[in-house]
Design a protein around this ligand. Structure first.
Ligand code: ADP
Ligand code: MG
Length: 337
C-alpha cells in the first residue's frame, strides 16, 4: 500500500477553516452574507464578547428544508454554483460552499431553519453532528456559533482584544449595511444595540445611521456610466476628511471589495481639495457584467480582478472630480486636466 491517503472530511474542513475563518469577524461575514444570499429583508446580529463567546445571526430569508440544512455543513455543498460556467457569472456573495463546513469544524453550532413548510434544528460540535430534529420557526434561519476556535488553540491565541475584534466585526457589518440599504440590519453586543438601519432602500438613511446625521448632511450623491460600467454612490464635501482610507467603501456588483487602483483614483479625484494625508468619505458602487470581474482570487473573496480597469478608473476619477468641483461652482468641470 502506498503512503498517500485521502484525509477525512473533519480534518480537511479544519484546514480549510484556517483560510476562511481568520477571526470572529470572518464568521460574521460568512453568516451575514448567507443571510443576504437567502434574500432576507431583516438581519439581526448578536455578539457576545465580540463574537468569541457567541455569534448569532437571525434572518427572515428563504430558509432551508431538512435535507439542505444537513447538507449545508458539508464541504463544497452549495446551492449557488453548479457548473463551471456559473463561476463566471456569480451574482451571489457565497459560491464556494465552504463557509459553514469550515466554521462548524472550529466551533459549536446550533442552527434552526425553516423554509415555511418544514423546520429543522441541528447541533454540531467541532464539525460532528450531535443532533437533528424537527422544530418550528417562522421562515428564515437562526444560526448560533459558540466557543469559536475551542479546538484550535493556536488560532485562539492569535485573536486580539475584545475591542479590536468588535471593531472588525462592526466595520464589516457597516459595509454590508451600506451595500444593502433595503435590508434592515441590527447589531447587538452583549445586549447593547450598536447599529440599526431602517431597511427602506435609502442609502442616505444608512449613512446617517452609521456615520451620524451631521456627516450624512455633508455627503452628496453621484452617478455615471460608460458602455461597460455603471457607478453610483456618495462623496463627502472636501472639508469632511479622515486620517485613513478606511472610510472609502467600494462595492462591485454588491460585494464589498478592496481595490488599490480604484481607491487611488478616488483620492486623485479629490487632489488639491484635501490636505496632505487626509482622505474623504466615499461610497462607490460599481455595477457591470460579472464577466468583467473575477472574485475567485482569494477564499475570503475580498480581492477582485477587473477587466477594463483603466476605463473604469477614468470614469471614477472624472465623475468624482466633477462632482466635487461643482460644489464650488468651478466652471468647465467636465474637462480633465
Ligand atoms: P456558500 O454560501 O458558498 O454556498 P456556505 O457554506 O456558506 O456556502 O453555505 C452552504 C449552503 O447553505 C448555501 O449554498 C445555502 O444553500 C445554505 N445556507 C447557508 N446559510 C443560509 C441561510 N441563512 N439561509 C438559507 N440558506 C442558507
Ligand atoms: Mg456562504
Amino acid at each position: 500500500m502506498g503512503a498517500i491517503q485521502i484525509m477525512d472530511a473533519l480534518l480537511s474542513n479544519k484546514i480549510a477553516a484556517g483560510e476562511v475563518v481568520e477571526r470572529p469577524s470572518s464568521v460574521v461575514k460568512e453568516l451575514v452574507e448567507n443571510a443576504i444570499d437567502a434574500e432576507s429583508t431583516s438581519i439581526e446580529v448578536f455578539l457576545k464578547e465580540a463574537g468569541l463567546t457567541e455569534i448569532r445571526v437571525v434572518d427572515n430569508g428563504k430558509g432551508m428544508d431538512q435535507e439542505d440544512a444537513l447538507l449545508s455543513f458539508s464541504r463544497h455543498a452549495t446551492s449557488k454554483v453548479f457548473q463551471e460556467h456559473d463561476l463566471f457569472r456569480i451574482r451571489t456573495l457565497g459560491f464556494r460552499g465552504e463557509a459553514l463546513a469550515s466554521i462548524a469544524s472550529v466551533s459549536k453550532v446550533t442552527m434552526q431553519t425553516s423554509n415555511g413548510v418544514e423546520g429543522t434544528k441541528i447541533e454540531l460540535d467541532g464539525g460532528r453532528l450531535i443532533s437533528s430534529e424537527e422544530s418550528s420557526l417562522r421562515k428564515g434561519t437562526d444560526i448560533s456559533i459558540q466557543q469559536l476556535f475551542f479546538n484550535t488553540p493556536a488560532r485562539l491565541k492569535y485573536v486580539k482584544s475584545i475591542q479590536t475584534e468588535l471593531s472588525h466585526a462592526l466595520d464589516l457589518i457597516n459595509r454590508l449595511a451600506i451595500c444593502y440599504p433595503s435590508i434592515a440590519f441590527s447589531v447587538f453586543h452583549n445586549d447593547q444595540q450598536l447599529l440599526r438601519t431602517p431597511g427602506r432602500g435609502d442609502l442616505h438613511q444608512v449613512i446617517a445611521a452609521i456615520y451620524g446625521m451631521s456627516i450624512a448632511k455633508k455627503m452628496i450623491p453621484f452617478e455615471a456610466e460608460d458602455p461597460d460600467f455603471r457607478i453610483s454612490g456618495f462623496v463627502s464635501y472636501p472639508e469632511i476628511t479622515r486620517a485613513s482610507k478606511n472610510y472609502i467603501t467600494l462595492f462591485v456588483n454588491g460585494r464589498w471589495v478592496k481595490h488599490f487602483g480604484i481607491t487611488r483614483s478616488i483620492v486623485e479625484a479629490y487632489h488639491t481639495f484635501l490636505p496632505i494625508d487626509r482622505y474623504p468619505i466615499v461610497i462607490l458602487s460599481i455595477e457591470g457584467d460579472p464577466l468583467l470581474t473575477d472574485v475567485n482570487v482569494h477564499p475570503a473573496k475580498h480581492e477582485i480582478r477587473l477587466s477594463k480597469e483603466k476605463e473604469l478608473k477614468e470614469l471614477v476619477e472624472n465623475t468624482i472630480r466633477d462632482r466635487v468641483r461643482k460644489l464650488y461652482q468651478i466652471p468647465n468641470a467636465t474637462a480633465p486636466e
